[in-house]
Design a binder for this molecule. Structure first.
Ligand code: ADP
Length: 495
């Protein structure tokens, strides 16, 4: 059984103070109308960090009214597009000035290692706001050469009030992916952060007010999914819902959104195939596959959770991967040496250990891990299963934890067929030095993103989203602007 390396006495970052636990409505920080609060926990210690205002339908009602007012009157609709961009640039600067505090707050609430919050989450958040700041004054229509004596042109107008519902795995980054294109396009927003991790989104709200966004343009209502989240989805004053989370939740949202025919964009789950050919740089493939699965405690919708390895290098690959999994450093996420923190909460922790049991029961070989680490916090040892078959639950269902399944394969057609044998289609990766094979796989795998000789490379400019039941629509890049604009055709007689 694996011995997990305990963290030593390396530098440990101090957790930050919690500055904001209320909800943001119409530029004001307020309690829930019901007066209720809910606890957000530190997943590394299971202790309560803070009590946060618990929004429900009544608070959503007030937030939507404020967002509608801000969309229809006041300074926001009259603001020049370039000035909207300037607000987003100013926000990015403020986030950069407060990077250390926000990174530490993310680590406190989510449990992710501080080295990841600092080096991955926060830089991507800042980049996302700057990228969309640049788009604000570049969203334009066309002139259209229609028949007859007419002048015909199109305009891209802001869609209206966007309801945005985000998950807990990258709390601040998911907020940035949602807020930035919506605000660049001129929408106003009602945001519902995940109940497990509301703190960084609330702090971001403070920075948004400081940056100068007018009252009502951004509203943040923390609370639970079936209450606050469902109220956002059902409210007729909301024009569009953007949701990131589980596929089953998306089905409920689609049903709830039907009555008001809301525009919907979804970024959902995955069971991504990660394919390693025998001709790959094996050490790079091992390192990239470790990152592709274990990064963020395995809590990534893109996790390369079906790792197909060509049979001739399978055993060698497994041996190297075992070494790396056992070398991961679990422990205090504020320790700069820590590479793996706790899972976000007890529900996720239990679900993952349940899948480990299912893997054992189905006859897969558990090479390492699969147990709780320590006796406090939701830590799960890095886990590797071999002798996995395609029909096992661990090979078919999203585990969202540090559980790797390694499956051997023999040829290209076979691995394409098996890679595509899933109702998900979020991401895929290929490791090979053969250019033809790389392109063939990149084109044949039915996934929204395919990485070649790398994994989890994200950029605000590159569109991201799912085929099949992994999503609807695309976030990031120019593509995301379409989610927040309506296309209007204007035809004027010249006769
Ligand atoms: P998880 O089970 O990991 O929390 P979810 O997909 O349930 O993943 O949650 C993602 C986000 O969706 C969270 O902000 C959550 O509160 C919200 N949510 C959950 N259920 C609903 C629902 N029925 N309607 C709207 N939002 C929901």
């Amino acid at each position: 059984m694996a011995t997990i390396v305990e963290t030593t006495d390396a530098a440990v970052v101090t957790p930050p103070p919690v500055k904001q636990v209320k909800m943001l409505i119409d530029g004001e920080w307020c309690d829930a109308a019901s007066g209720k609060t809910f606890a957000t926990l530190n997943p590394a210690t299971e202790e309560v960090i803070a009590e946060v205002a618990e929004g429900d339908a009544e608070d959503v009602e007030r937030a939507v009214a404020a967002a509608r007012r801000a969309f229809e009157s006041g300074p926001w609709p009259d603001l020049d597009a370039r000035d909207r961009g300037q607000l987003l640039y100013r926000l990015a600067d403020l986030i950069e000035e407060n990077l250390e505090e926000l990174a530490a707050l993310e680590t406190l609430d989510n449990g992710k290692p501080i080295r990841d919050s600092r080096a991955a989450d926060l830089p991507l958040v800042i980049d996302c706001f700057r990228y969309y700041a640049g788009w604000a004054d570049k969203i334009h229509g066309d002139t259209v050469p229609i028949r007859g004596d007419y002048f015909c042109y199109t305009r891209r107008e802001p869609l209206g009030v966007a309801g945005q519902i985000i998950p807990w795995n990258f709390p601040l980054l998911m907020a940035a992916w949602k807020f930035a294109p919506a605000l660049a396009a001129g929408c106003t927003v009602v945001m519902k952060p995940a109940e497990q991790t509301p703190l960084t989104c609330l702090r971001l709200g403070e920075l948004m007010i400081e940056a100068g966004f007018p009252p009502g343009v951004v509203n943040i209502v923390p609370g639970y999914g079936p209450t606050a989240g469902a109220a956002v989805v059902k409210h007729p004053g909301i024009d569009k819902v953007a949701f990131t989370g589980h596929t089953e939740t998306a089905k409920a949202i689609m049903r709830d959104a039907a009555a008001t025919l809301k525009r919907l964009t979804f970024e959902l789950g995955g069971k991504s195939p990660n394919v390693v050919f025998a001709d790959a740089d094996l050490d790079a493939a091992v390192a990239g596959s470790e990152f592709g699965l274990f990064f963020n405690q395995g809590q990534c919708c893109t996790a390369g959770s079906r790792l197909f390895v060509e049979r001739s290098v399978h055993d060698q690959f497994v041996e190297k991967m075992l070494d790396r999994a056992q070398g991961r450093r679990l422990g205090n996420p504020f320790d700069l040496e820590t590479t793996q923190g706790p899972q976000v909460d007890k529900a996720q922790f239990d679900k993952i250990l349940d899948y480990v049991q299912k893997g054992d029961d189905a006859g897969a070989k558990r090479l390492t891990g699969g147990e709780r680490h320590g006796d406090k916090g939701f830590f799960v040892e890095p886990t590797i299963f071999t002798d996995v078959t395609d029909d096992m639950p661990i090979a078919r269902e999203e585990i969202f934890g540090p559980v790797m399944c390694i499956l051997p394969f023999d040829d290209v057609d076979e691995v394409v067929r098996r890679g595509n044998d899933t109702f998900y289609g979020l991401a895929a990766a290929v490791w090979t030095k053969d250019v033809q094979k790389a392109h063939h796989l990149a084109h044949s795998l039915r996934a929204g993103t395919v990485w070649v000789n790398c994994y989890d490379v994200f950029d605000a400019a590159a569109p991201f989203g799912g085929f099949k039941m992994s999503g609807i629509g695309r976030e990031l890049g120019e593509a995301a602007l379409a989610n927040y604009t309506e296309l209007k055709t204007v035809t004027m007689s010249l006769g």
